[in-house]
Design a protein around this ligand. Structure first.
Ligand code: COA
Length: 373
């Protein structure tokens, strides 16, 4: 058994930002237009009128103030309300692979390695751009990496579940240097025309490198004390988009072919599960929650994170204990906890302990307990 260390992380920041005010303006213009076009059906009661969204609600209910997106114009066009991302020729790098390479190269630079040293690529994300070939194979080729690659999807927990696969591969010797990359183009799966969720998501890509300790200079990186994964089936976050849609005679325009959730149920059910998961994982390693310097939690909802931390350490989530990045980035699916780690870990001192924890659709929860070397 080899020792696996986390040695680098990377983060891709998309070119466009959308503030809540811009988003609400577009949504309300769309709603007004929809109501005017369906005035007769609305009066007859066969169609429900759309009610306006508001900046105040979004910020109060979620803590989100801004999101980054690959394309802004299509999202904010009231006659479209989803990104415009042109298809690329098969011999061009695909978008998911392109942003994955940017994040991966940053992680390599931080770790002080060449991309060609990577010998396992896990493309771990909530959505894949195509059925096959695997995104990971393309990312591997663009990086000039060796070994193998495969795609995996555990929705918002894809990155932490990917880290466990990478850690196991390095520990067992099947890889020496494993890359977990999470290109999350969530703007393409979000229903921007649904007031209840139009504000939730943003785009990004994160990358994490896991290496065999003997390849790493002493004192560099993070020891991985443990990883723990759990899933419990739930329909409260669901998207029925898939390759069988054609056989079902359904189309991508139908509401169930993009992100849907019972947000309140998710909030109520996932908070206790996540707190309990972290607590038992820490207990198995004889660590008290109060011994942990920082929790890099999944970034979906400010209130959820505050409650998880309150259950764990009995206090409000101060930004030092549980940094929040969702105000700037919104919910970036599996990338959220990794962004929090990437942006808020430089101040760690030797032996400081931290927990990366994701939670989301599935339900799925993944925790990674690390110690700064
Ligand atoms: N603008 C204005 N009002 C809105 C609105 C919007 N965009 N969306 C909903 N509202 C209204 C609702 O209609 C409701 O009004 P009512 O009380 O008159 O019925 C009110 O605001 C409260 O809505 P509710 O859905 O109960 O809000 P909430 O405080 O529970 O927050 C979520 C909703 C989705 C933000 C929150 O439940 C959440 O984040 N849950 C967890 C989601 C999560 O983690 N998902 C994982 C995704 S991977």
């Amino acid at each position: 058994m080899y020792q696996a260390l986390m040695t680098g992380s990377g983060l891709y920041r998309p070119p466009h930002q959308i503030s809540n005010a811009e988003l609400v303006q577009a949504f309300n213009a769309y709603a007004e237009r929809f109501n005017a076009e369906h005035a007769a059906e609305i009066t007859a009661g066969s169609v429900q009128a759309l009610t306006p969204s508001s900046v105040e609600f979004i910020e109060k209910a979620s803590g989100i103030k801004n999101r980054y997106v690959i394309d802004k114009e299509g999202v904010l066009d009231p006659s479209r309300m989803y990104p415009r991302i042109p298809a690329r020729a098969d011999d061009q790098p695909s978008l998911m692979a392109e942003i994955a390479v940017i994040a991966a190269k940053q992680a390599c630079e931080q770790a002080g390695i060449e991309p060609s040293q990577i010998d396992a690529v896990y493309c771990a994300a909530a959505n894949m751009q195509r059925a096959y070939p695997a995104m990971a194979c393309e990312i591997q080729a663009l990086l000039g990496a060796q070994g193998y690659g495969f795609d995996m999807n555990v929705a918002c927990s894809s990155a932490t579940f990917g880290i466990e696969q990478a850690v196991n591969a390095v520990r067992s010797g099947s890889a020496r240097c494993a890359l977990v990359v999470s290109p999350e183009i969530t703007s393409a799966h979000l229903e921007w025309r649904d007031r209840d969720c139009h504000f939730i998501f943003g785009d990004t890509c994160t990358a994490v490198l896991i290496q065999r300790s003997e390849d790493v200079a002493p004192g560099k990186g993070w020891d991985i004390l443990g990883t723990r994964l759990a899933t419990v089936y739930s329909n409260n976050i669901r998207n029925n988009f898939g390759f069988m849609n054609r056989c079902e005679d359904s189309t991508w325009q139908e509401r169930d072919k993009t992100f849907q959730q019972e947000g309140r149920k998710v909030f109520k059910e996932v908070v206790p599960m996540a707190a309990q998961h972290i607590e038992t994982h820490l207990a198995a390693l004889s660590i008290a929650p109060t011994d942990v310097r920082r929790f890099w939690l999944h970034q979906a909802n400010l209130g959820m994170n505050q409650l998880v931390i309150k259950k764990l350490v009995g206090a409000e989530a101060g930004s030092d204990v549980a940094p929040i990045i969702l105000d700037e980035w919104a919910n970036t699916a599996s990338a959220g906890s990794i962004i929090a780690f990437h942006e808020h870990s430089k101040d760690f001192k030797t032996n400081d302990l931290g927990v990366i924890c994701s939670f989301g659709a599935g339900y799925s929860i993944g925790s990674v307990i690390i110690r700064k070397l």
